[in-house]
Unconditional design. Structure first.
Length: 196
């Protein structure tokens, strides 16, 4: 059996701080870790913010004009709506432009589809607004007579509202998270007279 001498008992335990070489290595590792880890976190945050730029897109719409409600065929109308869509993205960190590959627009009144149209393809650049013109139209849409009278009355008193829904198509390379983004929809007032 080995005997424990007093020399062994009096020795201090080995520490990183006692050996100058290991002390420098340990300090270097700590400094590198304190630089690299925050850098990785900042890069991940920037990537996440830039990647979610599509979710920060703001859409607005105005009704430029409409026609086709002067029905001479009973309850059949052939409406057309000229719509202006304004698209903005205020993100600073958007690294590149990205595109919507067009889409569809549906105009309805009291859950009755009145007209539909094509949304053109457009691209968004960092902090540059875009404006699109969309023409939604239809021929010979059957609308119940009661609904047509109500629409005419609401137009007369200035409270007629249509619902415009946009379904946009995204780049094929995007993740499914972008595909689940809610489609923009707008309630617009039918003000003024129809186009001649």
């Amino acid at each position: 059996m080995a005997s424990i001498t007093e020399d062994m008992v009096d020795q201090e335990p080995m520490s990183v701080w006692n050996n100058p070489w290991e002390k420098r290595m340990h300090i270097t590792k700590l400094v590198l870790a304190s630089i690299v880890l925050p850098s990785i976190m900042v890069a991940a945050m920037v990537f996440s913010i830039a990647n979610n730029a599509r979710f920060a897109t703001e859409f607005s719409m105005e009704l430029a004009g409409f026609e086709g409600f002067n029905s001479t065929l009973g309850h059949m109308v052939s409406p057309a709506f000229s719509l202006k869509v304004h698209v903005e993205n205020h993100r600073f960190l958007q690294p590149h432009s990205w595109c919507y590959h067009g889409g569809e627009a549906l105009v309805s009144y009291s859950d009755v589809a009145l007209a539909w149209g094509h949304v053109p393809r457009f691209c968004m650049k960092r902090r540059v607004p875009a404006e699109l013109n969309v023409l939604a139209w239809a021929r010979g849409v059957g609308v119940p007579e009661v609904l047509l009278r109500r629409l005419e009355w609401e137009r007369h008193i200035g409270t007629a509202r249509i619902l415009v829904e946009l379904k946009l198509f995204y780049d094929d390379g995007l993740t499914s998270a972008y595909r689940n983004q809610p489609s923009p929809s707008f309630k617009l007032v039918l003000n003024g007279d129809e186009y001649p």
